[in-house]
Design a protein around this ligand. Structure first.
Ligand code: B12
Ligand code: SF4
Length: 525
């Protein structure tokens, strides 16, 4: 095979930024897979230029002008950035490929702009693409391994990409690691509900941790497992074997059902500094929070006690909620969240507006069949800037009133003060304060209030939200143009629109045919 010049972009920021929070945090949000792809490409003998785009780089200057192949890893919120980049590099003769959450959720749309659209990706899948490396236009080919890879390059192998990425991080330097793929739970809204749980090799994890100790005085690891610690003892045994007590700090997303008191004691002994359990709803998804059939105030009491217990052992706890679920009605769900905050002052609340990310979950088919999915451009699908599912039990204005009220309550100076007093440690306090007064707290209050104001006053808003028209309000177009910066010029005009019901159409067999290239091992997911 000829030696290829390959560019890899891990898009963390969907456009240029100068925000302080982005400078501190974005390098810490790098993904594992682009680093894995880079490692495999180099191991196959190709030349690789790797950029983790945090919003501060000049992408066009940093990537090779004459690349043979460009891989882009993108969330849906970065889809337009990815489409623009693909267009730019195709114009210079490169073949382009996209992988990551957007490619998994919206493959039909991504096929219009990329030669390859990847689902599950293992080394074999990649080899097929490297061997084929040819244009597939106007529609690309969709390529996927049959299942998640059995193994991925560890930290030592990925260090060639981790190290330059973390060099951009001035304060916190978080190394991304993976202990497992998939999840044994089946939350109906989750992309992993149908992906079997699969632990990664524990020996590899130990080796990575030992390696990290040689690189930083006190490393910090962010576990990217959908649900860390399902095989709790096996992971903690590995950590205890590899890491002298307290030498590495860890952060993980775990469900409440895993976080029993004996487990918390062990997590604390082993340097866990931050946990992000999902609560999601007071009226649904009891299996995840170990509350069974309990709902409403009863669930608030139980979950609050549990989260306060976690806070006795772990300084930083973010509890995640989804707003606007079908099980919610009236003011009660929002009021219950306020009571939860009153009872659990140390917790940082993470709110997501209900979002149907294309093929992410089977539940999205129901929303599409019911014609409840709005065609908000991908750029706004980050759980906050737009809610693309029409709520079942709320009118839009009423819904936004509740969201604003809850956000104001959560990030009032009173709540911030209580949170700071209830949070142990300078780092955790600092993080809670910065998040509250920057984009996540005050910023969201401003943004949601602007949307609410426009629902009353901007004549383009209400008809779009009520699905009377698909004409996007100018407000969103202007915002997108501003966010994308110079890349806006490269965004194909058709990229602004997508079929919000592509998943349902594909199931009905009325979608655009998926093509498969000759030399690639292609399987529909
Ligand atoms: C860990 C995680 C995070 C971490 C790390 C993020 C990161 N940069 O990787 C943190 C906490 C920072 C995070 C933040 C966010 N996240 Co998140 N996160 C996850 C989670 C739990 C696991 C993803 C993961 O790394 N899995 C391990 C990898 C190896 O497996 P995989 O993702 O399935 O990838 C496979 C293929 O897709 C492919 N692949 C993946 N990437 C690439 C790249 C290339 C180039 C190629 C070729 C192939 C490829 O290969 C892999 C192996 O088969 C998923 C949920 C889930 N269970 O998947 C949500 C998820 C990915 N997050 C999601 C969202 C919405 C967000 C946020 C926007 C939330 C917010 N409002 O802030 C931010 C965006 C952050 C950013 N821009 O980077 C959505 C994405 C939906 C979408 N279509 O965009 C998901 C799916 C959750 C959901 N709502 O269903 N997240
Ligand atoms: S517990 Fe978390 S990762 Fe597992 S299916 Fe539910 S939401 Fe997804």
């Amino acid at each position: 095979m000829r030696k290829l010049h390959i560019g890899i972009v891990d898009i963390v920021s969907s456009g240029p930024t100068r925000a302080l929070y982005a400078r501190v945090m974005n390098p810490n949000l790098a993904s594992i897979m682009p680093q894995a792809i880079g490692t495999w490409c180099r191991a196959e003998g190709h030349e690789v230029t790797f950029v983790c785009y945090t919003g501060f780089e000049d992408l066009i200057a940093e990537l090779p002008a004459h690349a043979d192949l460009i891989f882009i890893g993108a969330f849906t919120e970065a889809a337009h950035t990815a489409y623009a980049l693909s267009n730019l590099f195709r114009s210079r003769g490169a073949v382009t490929a996209i992988g990551g959450p957007h490619a998994r959720c919206y493959p039909e749309d991504a096929l219009r702009y990329f030669d390859y659209v990847l689902g599950f990706t293992d080394r074999e899948t990649l080899r097929g693409i490297l061997a084929d490396c040819s244009q597939h236009r106007p529609l690309g080919v969709r390529v996927s391994a049959r299942q998640q890879p059995a193994s991925l390059p560890g930290v030592r192998e990925r260090w060639q990409f981790i190290e330059p990425t973390l060099r951009k991080a001035p304060l916190i330097k978080m190394v991304p690691m993976l202990g497992s793929l998939g999840c044994p739970y089946t939350c109906s809204f989750c992309i992993d509900a149908t992906v079997p749980y699969q632990p990664m090799d524990v020996d590899g994890i130990e080796e990575d941790l030992r390696f990290l100790l040689t690189q930083f005085r006190r490393p910090m690891v962010g576990w990217h497992d959908p649900n860390f610690g399902v095989r709790f003892d096996s992971y903690l045994d590995a950590i205890e074997r590899a890491v002298p007590r307290g030498r590495i700090d860890f952060i993980a997303e775990s469900s409440l059902s895993i976080l029993s008191e004996p487990h918390l004691k062990r997590l604390r002994r082993n340097g866990f500094q931050g946990l992000l359990p999902g609560i999601e709803s007071w009226f649904d998804l009891g299996n995840k929070s170990k509350t069974g059939a309990q709902v409403g105030m009863e669930k608030v009491r139980q979950v609050s006690e549990h989260v306060n217990l976690i806070l006795r052992y772990i300084p930083y706890v973010q509890a995640n909620f989804v707003l606007g679920l079908d099980s919610d009605q009236g003011a009660e769900p929002f009021e219950l969240t306020k009571r939860f905050l009153d009872r659990t002052p140390g917790v940082f609340p993470g709110y997501s507006l209900l979002t149907a990310f294309g093929r992410a979950a089977a539940l999205n088919l129901d929303y599409q069949h019911a014609n409840r999915v709005l065609p908000f451009p991908f750029h706004f699908l980050n759980n906050n800037q737009a809610m693309n599912v029409r709520p079942r039990n709320y009118a839009w204005r009423e819904f936004y009133d509740h969201v604003i009220d809850l956000t104001e309550y959560s990030f009032s100076w009173r709540a911030i003060g209580r949170r700071l007093r209830a949070t142990p440690g300078v780092k955790a306090r600092g993080m809670n304060l910065v998040r509250a007064i920057s984009t996540e707290g005050f910023g969201r209050i401003r943004y949601h209030s602007e949307i609410r104001r426009r629902l009353d006053q901007d004549p383009q808003f209400r008809p779009y939200f009520e699905q009377e028209t698909t004409e996007l309000p100018q407000f969103y177009l202007d915002l997108m143009r501003q966010d994308l910066g110079a890349l806006w010029e490269w965004l194909p005009e058709s990229g602004l629109r997508h079929n919000p019901n592509a998943y349902a159409d594909a199931e009905r067999g009325s979608a655009v045919d998926v093509q498969f290239g000759p030399a690639v091992r292609a399987t529909a997911e």
